[in-house]
Ligand binder design. Sequence first.
Ligand SMILES: [Zn+2]
Length: 477
Amino acid sequence: MARPKDRLLIRDAELLGGKRADVLVVGGRIAGIGRGLPDDAQQVREAKGGLLLPGLHDHHVHLAGLAARRHSVWCGPPQVEDEATLREVLAQAPGSGWIRGLGYHESVLSGLPDARALDLLVADRPLRLQHRSGRMWLLNSLALDLLLAENDPSPGLERGNGCFTGRLFNADEWLRAALGSNPPDFSLVSAELASFGVTGLTDMTPQNGPAMAAHFAGQRENGELMQSVMLAGTLDLAHALQTGWALGPVKMHLHEANLPPFDDAVALIRQAHEQARAVAIHCVSEVELVFALAALEEVGAMIGDRIEHASVTAPGHIAQITDLGLAVCVQPHFIFERGDRYLLDVEASSHPHLYRLAGLSAAGIPLAGGSDAPFASVDPWSAMRSAVSRQTIQGSIIGASEALSPEATLALSLADPTDFSRQREVREGTPADLCLLSRPWSQARERLTSEDVVLTVASGQIVYDLIDQTPVQRGSG
Ligand SMILES: [Zn+2]
């Protein structure tokens, strides 16, 4: 008789803290931890002293955007810095219909091009080019014509001299409807996340509602999406019926140039709390943070209320975040990926307040890390390196005193998604979400690279495996 299929033994792993043990997984849970556990599992993997971690959690990602990104063209720094390079990457865009460009920044064409300016780059294919902020699309004339042929214009379409300029602000919903596109398949990005040891994610897309919840549920059920999911999004999300995902915070997307009426923000926080849901408030400028803190002050915070990004945090605001008992979801790799631009765009007096880490941690603020992919790299290990080094691509250092130790930076990915003050552990009875490295922590902490991930187990199933090179069966158990 075959050995039970749902038993997996990981032999001789190092656990955080240095202890070495075997770990037995049965039916999606950790069933035993100890030395010399009986070798009756159907699957056995030799850890040889490599570190076994709880699977990493990406606390802030936009999965549909990331999946779509895999079929898109990157049109911004650092890969694209000037018009000639932009023209070249657009000419090489895959496929034959729509071109979806991402990551545009004003520095590429010195400003925000209108449709006619874009026509000079691409005239024979419809082009939609997303600004790096994720809040704006730039359309060429063909794209405008196609979108307006069968749809009423969005209020987000800018007009100049009586016609549309091609700039579309805060209108993703309209664009999606006008394009008639379905959410993308998650299998590719799920496999990519698995290769980094990521077994859980919190999707922070503000528009997430019942329809997107149904898509996530379907992707989980058919095994395309191997990570466990917490969905943040709209108030409506609470009324979605499908299972297979956990209900997360209500996402509030503030934008400094267009803040909502203060009373509306307060009312939204109240409604979220009435649903027993926390709020996650996007704050990438000091003005947005001041607004968010004032609104939370008005309502009173609940456990789980969180600030996303906290890109600029002055000392006074650290104290206020602490007093309110808020958590912060950080993106340390923005320093690496965007730091050189910040040094040019952000006034020097604010440089020490950019993407703080140690300063927040020292104040007792619970922290967790999120990639914010597709707006940045989805590799949590690259974020960890950035948190330790605080180095930009070009080698400048921003806020050296904000650096974290390798241990503290790893903890950003091990935080409990429902309460950042708690750390997940490899413990008996917990869900078998695991990430095995090829080496002990004493060596891995010096490298912090995804190259060290050799085995990922999500909900008890092996979803990434470099130890046993036979093909991995995905989602079929
Ligand atoms: Zn985001």
